[in-house]
Design a protein around this ligand. Structure first.
Ligand code: OFO
Length: 163
């Protein structure tokens, strides 16, 4: 059995992962509206990945004999001024998610819940990857600046992202 505080925090993180999927879908919709199909594809793959993150929390909560409590998902931002702005938001969002994971990890250490601590290790590593991949795109976009041709090359490249 899991303690109540940890159950609550795991449920909050489940909600945040679903919100992440919502946010990336919203970014995908923005790119579709700008005819940047490659960036849109990249975001759709990202949104699906977030659903798998959410399901990891869902399954783990059940496995520990706790209750899954689904809450309202916040409405994500729907418009941006540039591709750079979108990816900057994505990177910042990932750093926030990392901090939430660390907070739950600290809580599980304090509560001596070693199972949750071990469960969260996957997310600690995943967040390193999530931050790195969004930051890499932000840095490329910084270099591209106003070159539309280069932006289209990056759009084409990101459109090849595998699920
Ligand atoms: Fe983007 O890693 Fe989950 O939220």
């Amino acid at each position: 059995m899991i303690n109540k505080k940890i159950e609550q925090e795991l449920n909050k993180q489940l909600n945040r992962e679903l919100f992440s999927a919502y946010l990336y879908l919203s970014m995908a919709a923005y790119f579709e509206s700008e005819n940047l199909r490659g960036f849109a594809h990249w975001m759709k793959v990202q949104a699906k990945e977030e659903i798998t993150h959410a399901m990891k929390f869902f399954d783990y909560i059940i496995e520990r004999g706790a209750k899954v409590l689904l809450e309202k998902i916040d409405i994500p931002k729907i418009s941006w001024n540039s591709v750079f702005e979108v990816f900057k938001d994505a990177y910042e969002h990932e750093t926030k998610i990392t901090n939430f994971i660390y907070e739950i990890l600290n809580l599980s250490k304090n509560e001596r819940d070693y199972a949750t601590e071990s469960f969260l290790k996957w997310f600690v590593e995943e967040q390193v990857e999530e931050e790195a991949q969004t930051l890499e795109i932000v840095q490329k976009l910084e270099k591209i600046k106003d070159s539309f041709t280069t932006l289209l090359i990056l759009d084409h490249h990101l459109g090849k992202r595998e699920e």
